[in-house]
Design a protein around this ligand. Sequence first.
Ligand SMILES: [Zn+2]
Length: 374
Amino acid sequence: MCIDFKVLHQESSSQARCGLLETPHGCVETPVFMPVGTKGTVKAMTPEELRRVGTQLVLSNTYHLFLRPGADVIAEAGGLHRFMNWQGPILTDSGGFQVFSLSDLNEVSDEGVVFQSHLDGSRHCFPPEKAVEVQEKLGADIIMAFDDVVPYPTTEERAAEAVRRTTDWAYRCRKAQTADTKQALFGIVQGSVFSKLRTRSAEELVELDFPGYAVGGLSVGEPEELFYELLEHTVPLLPPEKPRYVMGIGTPDYIMEAVWNGVDMFDCVMPTRIARNGTVFTSSGRLTIRNAQFARDYGALDPNCSCYVCSNYSRAYLRHLMKSNEILGLRLTTWHNLYFLHSFVSELRQAIRENRLEVFRSQFWHQYSGQAPS
Ligand SMILES: [Zn+2]
C-alpha cells in the first residue's frame, strides 16, 4: 500500500478529526497545511527552515515542473525529493488548475487538453495519462488525478460536462498508473457551485475507490458564504476513513471552517505570496507591514507568536527591510506566515483531541477580523 491513513480521534462537537497519514517519506499528522513549492521550492525557504517552521508535507506543481526543467531532468536527478532536497512527503497536483489558469488553452475535449506554455508558447497535448506519466517521473508520495477545471461563474451545463469528464479522466488516470508505483492517486470532486453536481461527482469518484479525495474548484472567486455552504455539502459525501483534501485554501478563517467540517489537508500559495508583498497573518487578522503606522513600532509582528521572527525582530525593522527591498525582509515575513499557519493548525489538532473545538471556534471568530459563517 502506498499510503495508510488512520483517524485517531473524532471530535465530539463537529465533523473534525485528527489522523495520521503514513507515506513512503514519513508520517504526517492531520489536519495539515501544505505550503506550495510551485517550481520545486517554497519561495525563500530552505528545506531545513521549512522543517523548523513546522512543515510536514510540501506541494509542488506538475505544470510548472513539466515545462521547466522538465520531468526527465527531475527523474534523472533521482526524483523530486532528491532534486529539491526535501526528504519529507510531497504531493504534486495534476496540472489541471494551472493549465486552465496560466496557459493559453487551445482546446479541451474528452481526450484531454491542448495548451500553449505561458513561458515560450510551445504547444503540448495533455491527456490524463500524460498527467500520471509526468507525476510518476516526479515521484511524489501523493499524486492527483487530472480534472476538468471550470472557472467561476460558469453555467450548470458546462459544470455538468466537467463532472462527467473529471470522472472519466480519473478512471483513465488510475488505469495509467504503472503496477510498481508506490504513489497514492487522489480523485478530485468537481461540480462548481451546483450541489447536485457535487453529489454526483463525489458518488462517481467514491465508486472508483481512490486512496484519498480532494474537493477542487472551490475558493476560485465564489462568495465566502457559498464556499462554506458547498464545503458543508460536499465533505460528508467523502468516505470518512480516507484523507479529505480541500484544494487552494490557506487562510485561518477558511482553514477553521474546513477542519470543522472534517477536512484533513489543505494547501495554498497565498500565505507565502502575500508575505513577499509584506502582508502577515496575526492572531487578530492581517497586517500590512509597509504601512507608515509601523515606522516606529518596535513590537513583534504578532505578540502572541513565538516564531524566530517574532522573537527577534520588530515591526519597524521588518517594515524598513520591506520598504528597502531587502531579501531578508521577504524571507522573514514568509517564515512568520508559515510558522503562524502551522502552529494555528497544530492548535486545531490539540483542540480536536481535547474535544473543545466548538469553544475554540467561537473564540477564533470573536478575535479574528472577518465574518463568522452563519
Ligand atoms: Zn511570528
